[in-house]
Design a protein around this ligand. Sequence first.
Ligand code: SF4
Length: 128
Amino acid sequence: MKKRKIVKINEELCTGCGKCVSPCAEGAIQLVDGKARVLRDELCDGAGFCLGVCPTGALTIEERVTEEFDEQAVHEHKQAIAGRPEYAHIMKCSLCGISENDRPLLPLKSKGESEWVCVRCLPGLIHG
Ligand code: SF4
C-alpha cells in the first residue's frame, strides 16, 4: 500500500457514456451497471488521460493510500480483455467522423463539450 494519485469517479455525475474507457491505456476503466468504474486500483496509474474526455466532470484525481500501480498486472489484464466488446468503445472524429482505427484521434474540450478530433481535422481548428 502506498499514498499516491489515482482516478476517482463521481457516480452521481457519471452518465455511463463510456468516453473515458478507450483513453485509458491500461484498460483500468470499464462500464459496470451503466457507470464507469476503476476495476482494480493497481491498474490505474493516475495519469488522468481520461479526465479531459468526460463531458460531466465526473473524473478527478485524488491522492489516497491504495495499492501500488502494477505494470505486470496491467500487462496480464490487457491480454485478458483483448477483443472484448465492453472495452471496445471506438471513438470517431466529431468533425469528419473517421474512426480511431483509421486515423489517430486527440481529446479536445471546447465550450464545455468533450470531443474527439482526428489529426487531419485538428490543424483546421488551430489555424481556422
Ligand atoms: S466519460 Fe465521464 S460520464 Fe462518461 S462514462 Fe466516463 S466518467 Fe462517466
